[in-house]
Design a protein around this ligand. Structure first.
Ligand SMILES: [Cu+2]
Length: 490
């Protein structure tokens, strides 16, 4: 038998026997027929590397294929792919295919049972990419207090799944990956949150206050937060990379990804509006024009910009400090020169419901699950502990919190008794926003949504992808300290 080139014979045979569970049917057939396995469609190598963000900022971090962002992976909806993932680091890694509806053993979450990619080893995976749209590949390991691990590292890559039919009313696409580096701990400040629409709840404030009073660390002391030294788009600080070069009259489709470990980002382009056509890669019932994009951690926005305001502009974050430290990219019209200009946009409140159907026709749900989110300030060695209905997720116990049944529709009702904004994420399923901060919504399908401080939100999902399914806050610091829950199928 020919010796396979990518891994040892023993691993090869072992993989063959695993083929049934990992969905590697072509490989299993190859083993049965003693022919070499098919080559991978994509190969990823997780390894430490050094990247030059510009302006004298070089950072050492863990990367995919020695680049940041990782390579843009283009798949075709419904067409099976084989991906080899090599891990050159000393810790077990796992790569999560965020936003795809694929089996638990390839989804990329240890809590769901995905096998790790062993240190100095490799894992070959195969899956059928879906649904079409803008997706995201990132590491899914717990970082805890280690700011070199998890999403604090540079393991992030945009994924685009081409639809079978592409209407394409744009001239070209530009991918923008927003990211911070050089993290350190701080004792938290207050998060800016008046950008989110909707009222706060007195009752939730009371619950939060009650939790502070019961917690010996609750009053007066705030837990650790994470701050960053350098900020970049597509791996370059503002002014250091190549500008986005455009022509007057062009329609540019921007695919924006917030690859932060925990920051909320805003994006504006002076004198231009964003015609938002998709959120988290999913087409919207009502595409709408907005002056500013707001993205919680791991959210994606696809928006068309008509280039009708010639000049050299800063496309950047509204936060002056973050923008000056690199969170921006220059947009340069053909024939224009000079220093890039920034103009602060008018105040704008972000409201997901404007992108939904104008007339809501609520679907019947089989069950409503209410989840109360409580913060215990500084309760875990100086870190905030997070509980859902009084329970912090335990990595040791990995106890499933809820059992769902295939074919049923579930409503999750979130009540946030903390002052933080939480980018809530459900694996392996898309959900529909049905009530946002007090306002009914329908037709907006997402996989991450920002829940405002002391606010409420409802989303619904169809249990249509059997297998253990993780739910968590996408803020790495929140997810690592309790803010997770596991759903299992009956
Ligand atoms: Cu959170």
């Amino acid at each position: 038998m020919a010796e396979p080139t990518t891994f040892g014979r023993r691993e090869f045979l072992k993989l063959g026997s695993l083929a049934a569970v990992t969905g590697l049917a072509p490989l299993a057939r190859a083993v049965a027929q003693s022919t070499p396995p098919p080559p991978a469609d994509h190969s990823l190598r997780i390894a430490a590397g050094r990247i030059d963000l510009g302006a004298g900022h070089e950072v050492t971090t863990t990367l995919y294929n020695q680049q940041f962002p990782g390579p843009l992976l283009r798949f075709t909806e419904g067409k099976r792919v084989i991906v080899d993932i090599h891990n050159d680091t000393d810790i077990p890694e796992v790569a999560h295919w965020h936003g795809q509806m694929i089996p638990s053993d390839v989804d990329g979450a240890i809590e769901e049972g995905t096998p790790v990619i062993p240190p100095h080893g490799m894992r070959r995976i195969s899956f059928v990419p879906k649904p079409a749209g803008f997706r995201f590949l990132h590491t899914h390991v717990i970082a805890g207090s280690d700011l070199t691990r998890g999403t604090y590292s540079g393991q992030a890559a945009p994924v685009y799944i081409e639809p079978k039919l592409n209407p394409g009313a744009y001239d070209r696409e530009v991918f923008l990956v927003l990211k911070e580096f050089e993290p350190s701990f701080s004792r938290g400040g207050d998060m800016d949150m008046d950008f989110l629409s909707g009222a706060t709840s007195k009752e939730l404030k009371q619950i939060g206050k009650g939790a502070d009073q019961k917690n010996p660390h609750g009053l007066g002391q705030k837990g650790f937060e994470v701050e960053y030294q350098s900020f970049c788009i597509n791996g370059k600080m503002l002014g250091s990379g190549e500008p986005v070069r455009v022509r007057t009259g062009e329609r540019v489709l921007f695919h924006v990804l917030n690859a932060s470990a925990g920051e909320i980002r805003s994006v504006a382009l002076p004198g231009h509006v964003f015609h938002v056509v998709a959120l988290d890669g999913n087409p919207l019932p009502t595409p709408a024009d907005v002056p500013v994009l707001w993205l919680g951690t791991a959210e994606r926005i696809s928006a068309i910009v008509e280039m009708r305001h010639p000049g050299v502009w800063v496309l950047g974050d509204l936060d002056n400090d973050d923008r000056r430290r690199g969170m921006g990219i220059v947009v340069e019209y053909a024939g224009q020169s000079g220093e890039a200009q920034w103009v602060k946009p008018r105040k704008y409140q972000w409201d997901y419901s404007i992108f939904g159907k104008s007339v809501a026709t609520p679907a019947a749900v089989d069950e409503t699950i209410e989840l109360l989110i409580v913060k215990n300030n500084a309760a875990l060695g100086g870190f905030n502990q997070w509980t859902l209905n009084g329970e912090a997720f335990s990595m040791e116990k990995m106890k499933p919190l809820y059992t769902v049944r295939e074919g049923r529709r579930y409503r999750l009702k979130f009540r946030n008794a903390s002052d933080d904004i939480h980018p809530l994420h459900l694996h392996r399923h898309s959900f529909e926003l049905t009530r946002i901060h007090g306002k009914p919504a329908s037709g907006v399908m997402k996989d991450v949504v920002m829940l405002g401080g002391f606010q409420e939100l409802e989303l619904e999902f169809m249990a249509d992808n059997p297998g253990p399914t993780l739910f968590h806050c996408h803020q790495q610091l929140h997810m690592d300290f309790g803010f997770m829950a596991l759903f299992r199928y009956a």
